[in-house]
Design a protein around this ligand. Structure first.
Ligand code: SAH
Length: 362
């Protein structure tokens, strides 16, 4: 990782960003037994108690050491908004003056938190508001996890059933910080989510995809959006490095747990990628992959050149892939009145580093 896009590690360790292994390492350095890690994680994450004096099952001396030697600082809520449909959005301020956005989407049977993995994004997808602002830096693990903590504080500890890495940023370009966050989400002594309820979405960063597959059984979503390289090069420029055939090969090789599907996200752009021919090409491309196609009506943002496909066009497109036997759902647009819908997250990215070139490796 280049130092430029990772916040420098200075000062005391950020306790809220340590996964079980990280915390065990710290405790062992201090000459403490390793099993304390699970107890501390439970206080900090499951119960969200950060006052060491309340941690009754931890020795007084360890509590004192924690109080003096670790950093508990977290992002702060700069703005909280609620949409007419109940969607919530928070703007969170980071230590260095940057800000990121996090969205909660309530549904009858679940509560989904959509979290950011970077401040801005380097991939510059032409239909995405975050892509228009460039990348400032990677989020640190405690900043990724803070999004879950703040939402649980505001909504109740049981409110979040699902977490999706579909906010600002490309998670596979920040795996070093994202993987420990995933481990905390899945750890029974932290957030205890089932791996079926955590989804990583990527525009197709293939080295990262292989690494994720090796390390973590979470759900995978691929931002596909086009069936021809010429169109995808425009919409998702990283396609020029990892074109469709390679991307779909990587999906075929992805070690998918049994009975799971890869979600393919497909934003419906009027006159660009929404014709019958594209639907037929999509069916052909996805042959042999356990797939779920997620059609996303385009969400406009200022200065965009694109328009959303009409509901009739989206239905016709959907009909073709359904009839070919592919599973498909059309994503309901949520939280539009507070700019909380897919691709509308902007946060506040401090200028100055947006010229960082596309990063292809971790
Ligand atoms: N970088 C990752 C994570 C972001 S996920 C990725 O690309 O997958 C955000 C999802 O919203 C992606 O599928 C993205 O393509 C989609 N999206 C971005 N801008 C959008 C817009 N304006 N309207 C609808 N969906 C959009």
């Amino acid at each position: 990782m280049s130092a430029a896009i990772d916040n420098p590690v200075v000062g005391r360790p950020k306790l809220l960003g340590l996964d079980r292994m990280g915390l065990e390492g710290l405790l062992m350095d201090w000459g403490e037994p390793r099993f304390r890690a699970a107890q501390i994680l439970q206080w900090l994450h499951t119960r969200q108690v950060t006052d060491f004096s309340l941690m009754s099952n931890i020795s007084k001396s360890l509590r004192a050491r924690l109080a003096s030697d670790v950093d508990l600082s977290e992002p702060t809520v700069l703005r909280a908004q609620q949409a007419a449909d109940g969607t919530r959005k928070w703007l969170l301020g980071l230590e260095d003056g940057n800000a990121i956005e996090t969205v909660f989407i309530p549904e009858d049977d679940r509560g989904t938190l959509c979290i950011s993995s970077q401040v801005g994004c380097s991939l510059a997808c032409s239909f995405c508001a975050t892509g228009a602002q460039g990348l400032n830096r990677n989020l640190q693990t405690h900043e990724i996890i803070a999004q879950v903590r703040i939402a649980r504080q505001e909504l109740g500890l049981d409110a979040i059933s699902n977490v999706v890495f579909m906010g600002m940023g490309e998670p596979l370009l920040n795996l070093k910080q994202v993987l420990p966050a995933i481990r905390l989400l899945l750890d029974d002594f932290a957030y205890g989510l089932s791996s079926r309820r955590v989804t990583v979405s990527t525009a197709g960063v293939l080295p990262g995809l292989a690494q994720l597959g090796k390390e973590s059984p979470v759900n995978l979503a691929i931002s596909l959006h086009a069936t021809q390289n010429a169109i995808r090069d425009e919409l998702v420029p990283i396609n020029r490095h990892y074109p469709l055939a390679e991307l779909l090969d990587a999906c075929r090789q992805y070690p998918l747990p049994p009975r799971r599907r890869i979600t393919f996200e497909y934003v419906m752009l009027d006159g660009i990628n929404d014709q019958d021919q594209h639907a037929r090409e999509l069916v052909r491309l996805l042959q042999g992959i356990p797939a779920l196609v997620n059609l996303i009506p385009f969400n406009p943002f200022p200065q965009t050149k694109y328009r959303r496909s009409s509901p009739a066009r989206i239905d016709a497109f959907r009909e073709i892939i359904l009839r070919a036997g592919l599973m498909t759902v059309t994503r309901k647009t949520r939280g539009e009145d507070i700019d909380a819908a897919c691709g509308q997250l902007a946060g506040q990215v401090r200028a100055g580093r947006s010229s960082i070139p596309l990063r292809l490796t971790n």
